[in-house]
Design a protein around this ligand. Sequence first.
Ligand SMILES: Cc1cc2nc3c(=O)[nH]c(=O)nc-3n(C[C@H](O)[C@H](O)[C@H](O)COP(=O)(O)O)c2cc1C
Length: 253
Amino acid sequence: MLKIGLYCYLSKKVVIFMNKTKLIIMFVALICLGMGGFFMMIGAGYGSEPGKHANGKIKLPEPKYESDTSVEKALLERRSVRRYKDEPLTLGEVSQLLWAAQGITGQRWGFKTAPSAGALYPLELYVLVGNVDGIARGVYKYVPRGHELLKVIDEDLRDSLAVAALRQSCVRDGAIDLVFTAVYERTTGKYGDRGIRYVYMEVGHAAENVCLQAVSLGLGTVVVGAFRDEEVKKVLSLPKEESPLCIMPIGRI
Ligand SMILES: Cc1cc2nc3c(=O)[nH]c(=O)nc-3n(C[C@H](O)[C@H](O)[C@H](O)COP(=O)(O)O)c2cc1C
């Protein structure tokens, strides 16, 4: 009798213990799921997007990989152009320019059109859309993976950007303005201070790609480096880890 009583008592304790353990496991699993979701969102870039967010993502048309303009001809004809016609660009042209700047050309590892020290890709790319058929005015972030545009600000901010760029009229008059920014830590994290120069070199590569692509499309552009950093950051509501490096207005000539 005593044995049976003890057995029942222990069985009860085991069941209570098991139930408690189950509850704890479920609780921990729920916390892990929640944290997993949070970090996935950050990993997908939601944590570092600037400005006001709208849901609209624009899928850009597939870029063309051939043209009648040779690299040699584009190099020969490239010139800084600061005056543009008041005419719209097409969605295809914007797609081509963004692809030339930072498009992904090696799907497996995410390699891009421009070389990058350690393949760390510190650059981010914004487009201020003012006059493009098929894209509403506003500020967009280029998403290389998927070749898409993500709207980050609803307003046409070319005028404000031109003011920040020491009132250079080309920045106001471009049908679009590209703005390259950099997250230095991506590169300095591996290369230390030397990484700074790597980032500068990289933006030069990407900008030259845009220059040559513009020639091939019959468009005009210029590299603009003269601007007040803090003002550009403010105009574009950039996340604090991003620094603006170069503006490229682009328009019809
Ligand atoms: C880093 C850098 C910054 C520049 N900044 C400006 C600028 O703020 N405004 C401008 O009109 N041109 C700017 N330029 C363009 C140069 O003035 C131009 O490249 C130079 O006059 C040579 O002319 P080309 O590009 O037609 O060969 C810049 C060029 C570079 C490489």
